[in-house]
Design a binder for this molecule. Structure first.
Ligand SMILES: Cc1ncc(COP(=O)(O)O)c(C=O)c1O
Length: 387
């Protein structure tokens, strides 16, 4: 029987941000989208059962975030990563990006500096600029496709910075930051009194050889200076259900974040999202293990295909995330030419690297959370487009 991750499921006409806006995103309908970071897989059986039982019941009244969800999340983190979260440290929020924007609102004022490490998830740029904060960029160092943090540059630019938005694992470069790296950056933030907002939404998509370390778990001083943001979106493929959780040991931060959620009247929960998250944590471990195997297999396939058949593209397998960061600089094309090549010639809907910052120019990001046959079809089409 075909693996559930290799079943091709038509996502068109489902209000899918990835599949239903092809002409808008790529200028053509004749394309396979591998852009927006959600997965083309059906959710786990237990998640579907949880949602089905709510719809069968048929009453969709007001709901709250149940303690059982907190418990399910702490158990998931403990079993999966050996990470001990405390239920008392959690505050739920509508989504990760909204939480970042709330934290900017609470802990900074217009004109304050917020630092990000580029290339990075595009909304990090917008969220700072749209809230009239000053964007400080600390580019990562690219050593033959393996990215590292530039601590010296970070320290130089850190003066006056109020918030550092960390991305762990990092979208788009796929680094799962090590304890040593996190400790070094965390210590600088403590010393310079910079609040760390750690976006750990990709923390459950980690491949062999790497392990997830939350920066807040490194030292009490760092934990007291940090808010970590979690979500089931990437872990269980529930991005459209929107739900997130902010975790912090700092009582004052927790109090102010909770008060903000109350003041904005966002304390009500979406029962479908919370039940799906709970069923994911409590009953979908096997599904998730198989998911990681599938993604790892796709990444390995991509790596050898590129090595053997696409000599002008360079690729270093990521340590985490289902996103592949392809270095296309040797194709010697402008951004427009690269887009024309991938979109019009190859029918491959990748995200252009420049949206992740200037360091991303000449790169393309490919979302490989799809059936292997889809990945193969796109890769052969890219290969043919070179000839
Ligand atoms: C690093 C990162 N943060 C946040 C998000 C979005 O999270 P949410 O939908 O909970 O706002 C994404 C989605 O791709 C992401 O990659």
């Amino acid at each position: 029987m075909k693996s559930k991750f290799n079943q091709i499921i038509n996502r068109k006409n489902t209000n899918s941000a990835k599949w239903d806006r092809l002409s808008w995103a790529f200028g053509t309908e004749n394309i396979t989208p591998m852009s927006i970071a959600d997965m083309d897989f059906k959710a786990s059986g237990p998640i579907l059962n949880a949602i089905n039982s709510i719809t069968r019941h048929g009453i969709f009244g007001y709901s709250y975030y149940p303690d059982t969800l907190k418990k399910a999340i702490t158990q998931w983190f403990n079993k999966k990563h050996g990470v001990k979260l405390s239920e008392a440290d959690m505050v739920f929020a509508p989504c990760v990006l909204a939480s970042i924007s709330f934290l900017l609102d609470i802990f900074t004022k217009p004109g304050d500096k917020v630092l990000i490490q580029t290339p990075v998830y595009p909304p990090f740029f917008n969220i700072v600029k749209e809230n009239n904060r000053v964007l400080i960029e600390n580019p990562l160092i690219n050593r033959n496709g393996h990215y590292a943090m530039d601590f010296e540059d970070f320290s130089k630019k850190a003066t006056g910075v109020k918030i550092f938005i960390l991305c762990n694992p990092h979208n788009p470069v796929g680094r799962v930051w090590t304890k040593k790296e996190l400790e070094q950056i965390g210590r600088i933030c403590v010393k310079k009194r910079i609040l760390i907002v750690s976006d750990d939404i990709h923390c459950d998509i980690i491949y062999k050889g790497s392990g997830y370390v939350p920066i807040a778990g490194i030292a009490e001083s760092i934990a007291q200076n940090c808010v970590t943001l979690y979500s089931p979106n990437k872990t269980f493929g529930t991005a459209g259900l929107a739900c997130a959780c902010a975790v912090t040991k700092n009582e004052e931060i927790k109090k102010r974040f909770r008060a903000y959620i109350m003041a904005k009247k966002l304390e009500s929960a979406n029962r479908i999202s919370t039940s799906a998250w709970e069923a994911g944590c409590n009953k979908s471990r096997d599904w998730h293990t198989q998911l990681i195997k599938h993604l790892e297999n796709n990444m390995t396939y991509l790596e050898s295909f590129i090595k053997d058949r696409l000599p002008l593209i360079k690729f270093v397998k990521p340590e985490g995330t289902f996103l592949a960061w392809l270095d296309c600089r040797q194709m010697n094309m402008t951004e427009k030419q690269l887009k024309d090549f991938f979109y019009k010639k190859a029918g491959a809907g990748l995200s252009p690297g420049s949206i992740f910052g200037v360091e991303g120019e000449g790169f393309m990001r490919m979302n490989i959370a799809c059936p292997l046959t889809v990945l193969k079809k796109v890769l052969y089409s890219i290969e043919r487009s070179f000839s």
